[in-house]
Design a protein around this ligand. Structure first.
Ligand SMILES: Cc1cc2nc3c(=O)[nH]c(=O)nc-3n(C[C@H](O)[C@H](O)[C@H](O)COP(=O)(O)O)c2cc1C
Length: 188
């Protein structure tokens, strides 16, 4: 089943990501969640433990809040040390080949800001080119990211709206994981 790499610097106070994780765990899909901040509050990532977890799964979900048009720093650190030479890339670096790479994240600001004349100027997927190429370089299957806009109460979103969006997001994510599972079963 899927492995979820959860990277949230303040998960205790999370609203949106917490709902998504709860919905995933309630789906009874046998999902394993690795909460990077619980495991490595000092950013001292156990590379072998992370690589072992990757080897045991076919689909890897990266769950995080969108921070400064990117992923939180601990997840970048995770990629820097876990996707190492001769593991993720290099002449013998095919250990992740064929695995599914699925980014699932929450975006604070509304969608209308993510266009040429908006505050954020570019659509969200433009900010995902780095992870897309990371997946390709590791010979993984890059699955279209799943995300939603409007997680910020400061931007005027109510708890009810955020809850509804997070639950819709979770449904899309679970449907995607079920589809990936079906594809896997047909190849066995
Ligand atoms: C350090 C930081 C950087 C952020 N950067 C962005 C950003 O670049 N674009 C955006 O739309 N929202 C940004 N946000 C808002 C987060 O995406 C939002 O707080 C998060 O999706 C909410 O999820 P949560 O309820 O699980 O914490 C940022 C928030 C923080 C704390």
């Amino acid at each position: 089943m899927a492995l979820v790499i959860l990277a949230h610097p303040n998960f205790q106070n999370s609203f949106a990501n917490k709902i998504i994780i709860e919905e995933l765990l309630n789906s009874n899909m046998g999902i394993e969640v690795r909460n990077l901040f619980d495991l490595y509050p000092d950013y001292n990532i156990d590379v072998k433990a992370e690589q072992t977890a990757l080897l045991e799964h076919t689909t890897i979900v990266f769950q995080y809040p969108f921070y400064w048009y990117n992923m939180p720093a601990i997840l970048k650190q995770w990629f820097d040390v876990v996707f190492e030479y001769q593991f993720a890339y290099g002449s013998k670096g095919d250990k992740l080949k064929g695995k599914n790479f699925l980014a699932s994240f929450t975006v604070g600001a509304p969608k209308n800001g993510y266009q040429t004349l908006g505050d954020h100027h570019f659509p969200i997927l433009d900010f995902c080119k780095n992870i897309e190429q990371t997946a390709y370089y590791a010979k993984m299957n890059f699955i279209d990211p799943i995300y939603f806009h409007g997680t910020s109460t400061a931007a005027g979103y109510s708890a009810e709206e955020i809850t509804r969006s997070a639950k819709e997001h979770s449904k899309r994510l679970i449907l995607c994981l079920e589809e990936l599972n079906r594809e896997l079963l047909t190849t066995l």
